[in-house]
Design a protein. Sequence first.
Length: 741
Amino acid sequence: MSWFTAPPSSQRRAFALSALAAALAAVPGHAFAQKRPPRVDDKNAPTVLRAEHIEGRPERELTLQREAVVTRDQTKLNADTACYKMVEDEVDASGKVRLWRFGDYYTGDLLKLNMETGRGFVLKPTYKIATSNGQGKAERVDFINPEEAVVVDGTYSTCEGENPDWYLKSSTLNLDTGRDVGTGGKTIVYFKNVPILGTPAISFSLSGARRSGWLAPTVGFASKNGLDLTMPYYVNIAPNRDLTLYPRYIQRRGLQLGANGRYIGETAAGSYAGETLIEYLPRDRLYKGDRYALTSSHLQALAPGLSYGWNVRTASDDDYPSDFSKTVASSAERQLLREIYSEYRGEYWNLTARAQNYQVLQDPTLFVPRPYDRLPSLNLHVGRFDVGGFDWAVDAELTRFWHPDQVRGNRAVVVPQLSYPFIRPGYFITPKLMLHASAYQLDDNVVSNSQFKDRAPTRAVPTVSVDSGLVFERDAKLFGRAVTQTLEPRLFFVYTPYREQSGLPLFDTADAGFTLAQLFSENRFVGADRIGDTKQVTAALTSRFLEPSGAERLRLTFGQRYYLTEQKVQLGATSPNTPSRSDMLLAAAGRISETWGFDSALQYNASDRRMISGNYSLQWQPGPKKVLNVGQRNYRGSFKNTEVSAQWPLSSRWYGVGRINYSVLDKRIIESLVGLEYKRDCWVFRMGAQRFVTTAKSVSTPIFFQLELIGLSSNLGFGSNALEVLSTKIPGYQRLSPATR
């Protein structure tokens, strides 16, 4: 065995002019770094040559025969024979060539490499890229520099083995680890050696980070629209903004064009963020006209404390949600908000101005009422805590209400309030005084209406309340675990005298409902047009089980109101409400073990001994990618829905997913989902079908397929909405493929 050590490249010119006195030295074995080093060779590192036989002129050219090894810093070459040219700092190698450079690995029949610049080529190579685990084979690989290589007539895949399950084959493929991008010319993607996608050009991230380029098509089928094919193009404008363009072919309707832009950033005044989605379908063949939809939101700081924003939604026609929606929730959206607003905040106050109206999309079988427009609305909040022990606040509002068919007018509201909290360890008492004062100015178009003879009605209603509670603690055990149990009784007294309000319009007021969140509020209505008269006491009891870390393991709550007088103020022409007590509210929620969790709330009428409403859900999650959810939601005489959803492994690679929402009263399935997932090391296949109600008498049944090729692109897949469908419809769902950046 012979070896030779050449000097660093910075000294090579001077060294070549002098004779080598002695150049043989022992060379330790090369150790490869586990962590990817920077792609710059140490300019002062020597070039070490080793072989069974070395001959030639050390100052000019050396030939290495049998087990040739050339090493410099982070580059190492093995071959049967090699020739090192000193002046050019270049290596020619042939016969079982193996090259390691900066963690990347190449094999081939013939190699030429400039050690200083990193330029060169290798013929008939195989390769593996360290940063992406990407690998393949080619006719030739050209090294442009230490960070960039061009694969000619080659393949690329992140699957292990000589016969990968998927790979792309390209005429030219540029792999640039410095810019973290792979780009190719004419490219075909193969799955199980079957071509599934062809493109004249391709671009993808080597590490899975987002990049501009074509995404794989979304392919689906729906009972209403037939074949549904989307070809999205992703534009990575900047790290804080992007744009997705998606032409979408809908078999029975035509070609839809869409764009979705997102952005977030900082200015000297503060931050901003927003998103806009536009869809346009010219000449819908079924609708016989143009279809479009727009959703846009924006929030931006203009100066310290000053910001503005908007929320805009619109659609071309009433049927747009039912024709193009993908979920029950989106198909049920019939009141589309359009508003612009601005807010100015000080240390103890904030002022908001907004203009707001709605586009109403009518359900053909169910009338949808039109809300009032606010043109405009001004809201002022001023308040401070602990001013000599007092908390005080004033809320004021001035709004112009407009409606095409209802009474119109202006409303001014002022609500001052003052409280004095007594907060001590183990208890609190908070007495509070409020005054709700309102003044209206109604338009002339209501003078002839006997209900609104007074064009400028006013109203002032005081409210007195006292909120109080105790907190007890003790050491306890819950399912064998040491916990702290609390017992928290609470009493809430409210008195609001009766004021006649039937002569006031109903601009924005509705019944607040009866929930735990509303149990401790002073007014049983939402909105400012009605202030409910009452003299009531609310009693509640809460018990919590806390782990030593402070995490809440279990919460139990009971609450009920007791009415001391009848409630005369109502929304419509109904009789006064005269119960002595409200329904009981009970709730229980927690994680009773590492695998079981539950949440429940019910409303029970003790007088009639019947359940009014109830929500129950139970989750079992015994391990990764194993979850079962069971729940029921019901309201007496209105609805009773049972829901079941799950993700479960069927074998080592197959997983089943499903969800069903069944209406017991209507005896029909409102929404259902069933699917299968298959996972390999470098790809995941998903397939499934949905069925959901779009209007009172119509349903949609889309079918989706997705082939996710892990490592090629974070967004690549056929039916790429499948992940969104599964993650939103099945609580606790875990994706099979690793999350990408």
